[in-house]
Write a protein that binds this ligand. Structure first.
Ligand code: ZN
Length: 118
């Protein structure tokens, strides 16, 4: 989601931070949440702009996942140095499932994206 946000708004990956957390257990399953935030102290307004242009961000994310020909994930698209501890779990088909409803509906174990303004 960080890559797609950066592509949609023409930002550098270093402009946006990304994290995730487990959410309270609802309906007997563990939900998780992606958290996007501006790296600039005080906030640069980038994630807010991303939120306001969410359709564009989702379109970029879908292209990242659909244009690749690798089985699950590769360094051309989903893998990066910063997410290396999650490389074994990355799967572009799961991301497509999550994005099926514009990233607003449960899927792929991710239930929401939170835009954090600090
Ligand atoms: Zn790939």
């Amino acid at each position: 989601m960080r890559c797609s946000l950066c592509l949609a708004l023409e930002l550098e990956p270093s402009d946006i931070g990304v994290s995730w957390r487990w959410l309270a257990n609802k309906n007997d399953r563990m939900d998780s949440e992606i958290i996007l935030y501006d790296h600039t102290p005080g906030g640069a307004g980038f994630v807010k702009e991303g939120f306001n242009n969410w359709e564009k961000v989702v379109k970029e994310a879908k292209e990242i996942c659909e244009k690749c020909t690798c089985e699950k994930a590769c360094y051309d698209r989903l893998k990066s140095y910063s997410n290396q501890s999650h490389h074994k779990k990355l799967d572009r088909s799961s991301v497509r499932g999550f994005l099926g409803n514009n990233g607003r509906d449960p899927g792929a174990g991710i239930s929401s994206v939170n835009f954090f303004q600090r």
